[in-house]
Design a protein around this ligand. Structure first.
Ligand SMILES: Cc1ncc(COP(=O)(O)O)c(C=O)c1O
Length: 471
């Protein structure tokens, strides 16, 4: 047996040891602090303490690595992590990632991994139906940023097919993208990546409810056309990162039609409500979107990275990414079999879809619906607990982000950071700071299915203690 496979007995022992060790961490997430106190020097020394000269002490190597991750990481699986959507991965999705690593199907060509490719296609089609698309195409991506990059590139290729051969220099008018000032910065990064530059992204101010200001949006589109620019894309955010606002998708779809714009919905976090009968109306109008970003590694609770780009244009991915090669196996009829390397930024690609598919097969649509509904209900409970304790809610999200402050903090806004640091240092909860209309607020997001009422009580107690210490 090859050195690299490890001897069979030791390999099995190692797998059992690792599984047990990890399961212990997974089962007792609440017993640990959510976040460590950071000492960059200590982390560097720990990393360098692991020799790179080779070792057959497999267990101790694995143990040291897991210990490093335990000591020096924010534990996103902790039920007190009210953070940046990073999930507690559900158990089936962890198995999915394990199976993916061992089987390692190559997703680039359909014929190399027909089962895996058809699974992903099936999931994309099912979500396409839920979004109300007559036809759907799509691709699994590493994360929302890649999905948004795919969207920007598809929109550009749709409006300026010449860029695929001649590049952006062949575009005579400056191409313009519109999104709200609350949208995710991956849109700006995407514009830079494809070479149209950040000046091609116009950040539109938001209304009091933190949704894109539609009058300002239209005014900017008109102004840019008069300047001789070419507006080609608008991004509606369904669940902004900072405050969970959902832009008015229907009104933005009307503007997209009127001004001939590719309409993308960045639902990296919020598009998950599509599985909930009670809440999916928050995405009203999404059937008119040209494309949607939806992450699995956020509210769908699978390990990073996993997201999707889903479009109702069955040709645009092929138009944008197809390429001729002599070395890739030909897969025949492109209308029935999709070669992902012709539809994606990536070439070799991991079976990203399995972790979500396995979770869906296990929990079903109803299981996911229950999870989303329960998280929204918990966030309403937290809002009530906060206001009952004298906190003031500063945003109006219908989903699970709460931005809040306290009269004591409003007297001196710099205290918000100090209070958040204090809460995080206590180790039982993790929240962050986010400015709402220029004023710092505390941001708590509930997207962890394991969070219970007791975790909400712990958070509110810790916040109240902080206020008492300041008063
Ligand atoms: C609305 C939104 N879009 C896109 C992204 C980027 O997603 P990812 O971190 O998966 O690349 C995020 C990340 O938080 C997000 O909140």
């Amino acid at each position: 047996m090859s050195l690299y496979d490890l001897p069979k007995n030791e390999r099995q022992e190692l797998i059992n040891f690792t599984t047990e060790y990890l399961d212990n961490i997974y089962s007792h997430a609440r017993d640990r602090n959510v976040a460590p106190l950071l000492s960059p020097q200590e982390v560097k020394e720990y990393v360098k303490s692991i020799s790179l000269e080779g070792s057959t002490d497999y267990k101790s190597t694995v143990q040291k690595v897991i210990e490093g991750l335990e000591r020096y990481a924010v534990h996103t699986h902790h039920p007190g992590y009210f953070g940046l959507f990073n999930p507690r991965p559900n158990a089936m999705s962890v198995i999915g990632d394990y199976v993916t690593a061992v089987m390692n199907p190559q997703m680039a060509a359909w014929s190399h991994a027909p089962f895996a490719n058809e699974v992903e296609r099936y999931v994309i089609e099912e979500f396409g139906k839920r979004f109300g698309f007559e036809e759907a195409d799509g691709v699994f991506c590493g994360g929302g940023a890649e999905s948004n990059l795919t969207a920007v590139q598809c929109a550009l290729n749709y409006h300026f097919p010449i860029v695929s051969s001649k590049g952006v220099l062949a575009i005579e008018k400056r191409p313009m993208i519109y999104c709200s000032s609350e949208s995710h910065h991956s849109i700006v990064k995407a514009a830079r990546t494809i070479g149209i530059g950040s000046d091609s992204v116009k950040s539109i101010g938001v209304a009091q409810n933190l949704r894109i200001d539609l009058a300002k949006l239209e005014a900017e589109i008109i102004k840019d056309k008069e300047r001789g620019y070419k507006p080609f894309m608008v991004v509606a955010t369904a669940g902004t990162t900072g405050s969970g606002a959902i832009d008015d998708i229907t009104e933005i779809a009307d503007l997209s039609e009127e001004y001939d714009l590719w309409m993308h919905v960045d639902g990296a976090y919020g598009a998950a409500v599509i599985v909930s009968d009670r809440h999916k109306s928050l995405l009203h109008g999404i059937h008119r979107a040209d494309s949607v970003t939806m992450d699995f590694h956020k509210w769908f609770s699978v390990p990073m990275g996993g997201s999707s780009f889903i479009t109702r244009d069955p040709k645009i991915l092929f138009q944008t990414y197809n390429i001729q090669t002599d070395y890739m196996p030909p897969d025949g009829d492109q209308t029935t079999m999709v070669d992902p390397y012709l539809h994606s930024i990536q070439w070799s690609r991991r079976f990203t879809g399995l972790k979500f598919y396995l979770s869906l097969v296990t929990f079903g649509w109803s299981g996911y619906e229950e999870m989303i509904d329960a998280d929204i209900a918990k966030s309403h409970l937290l809002r009530k607990m906060l206001t009952d304790s004298g906190w003031v809610i500063k945003n109006a999200s219908d989903i699970t982000i709460i931005n809040f402050s306290h009269p004591v903090l409003e007297e001196e806004p710099s205290r918000v950071r100090a209070l958040v640091d204090r809460v995080v240092e206590k180790g039982k909860s993790w929240v962050s700071v986010y400015p709402i209309h220029g004023e710092p607020t505390i941001r708590a997001c509930l997207s962890n299915y394991a969070t219970e009422e007791s975790d909400l009580i712990t958070l509110v107690d810790s916040l109240n203690d902080g206020i008492r210490s300041l008063s």
